[in-house]
Design a protein around this ligand. Structure first.
Ligand SMILES: Cc1cc2nc3c(=O)[nH]c(=O)nc-3n(C[C@H](O)[C@H](O)[C@H](O)COP(=O)(O)OP(=O)(O)OC[C@H]3O[C@@H](n4cnc5c(N)ncnc54)[C@H](O)[C@@H]3O)c2cc1C
Length: 311
């Protein structure tokens, strides 16, 4: 199992993938990429991890996903399942391993029913496919929101060092650049305020950011908003964006296309603010406000602030 990566360091999503991995058998956690030492330290404390394989390389120049794919290909014979979180890191790496091994990965697994049977969403989450694994090692990416994180424990799993064969080190990944905001990460946020094309301009997208900041939440966007240049692509939620599972999701000026809904299926409470009563997002929302967002969003923000002050 591959330790997940968040901005070049350990990610809380790893514990969710470990939970999925323990349903299959023994879990060896591969800590690779930048700050692999920190990933190994965090990983060895996750319940269910039997051993951590720490990939030896310079943190100043961590290997690229191409190099890591070669490394995993070399180890594949020892494993029946190779598994990673379906995040930017895992979704980049696992298909490369699949290409080298000539095995088609099963992506976005949301349940493991037996060691050779799992399920994954298809048709933008409108149906669930039951997949029977027949070729091993099976390559899986798992939807982190579908698995509760394995606990952190005091016992420490052993760390074994693995060397990256010099022959595979060609391209090097030189680092990550994070967005300059201090908001929580979309994939782990408890509160998300997302904006769609109803925001009309990058300037008015500030209404989404203002409400997110009042709630201490993350900012998300639809692909419509990203394509229109209202928000950056790392904020996109949905089938071709990030899969999120906040306790509270507020959608402003979002129609609720199935490709967007595919990314918010696991959200707790969904609030829709859209002036069109027929917008599909209203149909899946727990709370619907048929209103102009430019009027409703600031009023909602003020009401929340007043309530916070009143406490
Ligand atoms: C293969 C594929 C993959 C895709 N992947 C994704 C994905 O990952 N994520 C994603 O989001 N989309 C994805 N899409 C695109 C998706 O189909 C929709 O086009 C997109 O989600 C629409 O974005 P939107 O809701 O912002 O825009 P629209 O559908 O244009 O909706 C804008 C909404 O804003 C409302 N509105 C306008 N003004 C106001 C106002 N002042 N106050 C209140 N409401 C207002 C309107 O009533 C409307 O409902 C994908 C499409 C394809 C084909």
């Amino acid at each position: 199992m591959l330790a997940s990566d968040r901005l070049g360091g350990p990610s809380a999503l790893t514990a969710r993938a470990v939970a999925a991995g323990t349903l299959l058998g023994r879990v060896d956690l591969l800590a690779a990429g930048s700050r692999s030492g920190e990933k190994a330290e965090a990983g060895r404390r996750i319940q269910g991890v039997d051993a951590v394989l720490l990939v030896n390389h310079s943190d100043a120049f961590p290997p690229s996903t191409e190099n890591l794919a070669w490394l995993i290909q070399g180890m594949a014979g020892d494993y029946r399942w190779i598994l990673a979180v379906h995040d930017a890191f895992g979704a980049d790496l696992i298909p490369r391993v699949g290409g080298l091994l000539e095995i088609s990965p099963v992506t976005q697994v949301n349940a493991i029913l037996a060691p050779d049977v799992c399920t994954r969403p298809v048709y933008a989450g409108q149906a669930v496919a039951r997949v029977i694994l027949k070729k091993f090692p099976a390559l899986l990416t798992v939807r982190p929101t579908a698995f509760a994180p394995a606990a952190t424990i005091h016992a420490l799993a052993p760390v074994l060092e693995v060397s990256l064969p010099a022959a595979v080190v060609s391209g090097r990944h030189q680092g990550y650049r994070s967005s300059p905001n201090q908001r929580p990460d979309l994939s782990e946020a408890a509160v998300i305020v997302a904006g769609g094309q109803g925001l009309e301009s990058a300037h008015s997208f500030a209404a989404v950011e203002a409400l997110a900041d009042q709630l201490g939440g993350a900012v998300g966007a639809t692909r419509g908003a990203v394509d229109a240049g209202l928000a950056s692509s790392d904020l996109q939620i949905g089938q071709t964006g990030q899969i999120v599972a906040p306790d509270l999701y507020i959608g402003l000026g979002i129609s609720g296309a199935i490709q967007h809904l595919a990314g918010i299926k696991d959200a707790g409470i969904i609030v829709a603010i859209n002036h069109d009563p027929n917008a599909p997002l209203h149909a899946v929302a727990d709370y619907s406000l048929v209103a102009d967002l430019f009027d409703a969003a600031p009023r909602l923000g003020e009401a929340i602030l007043a309530r916070k002050k009143g406490r």
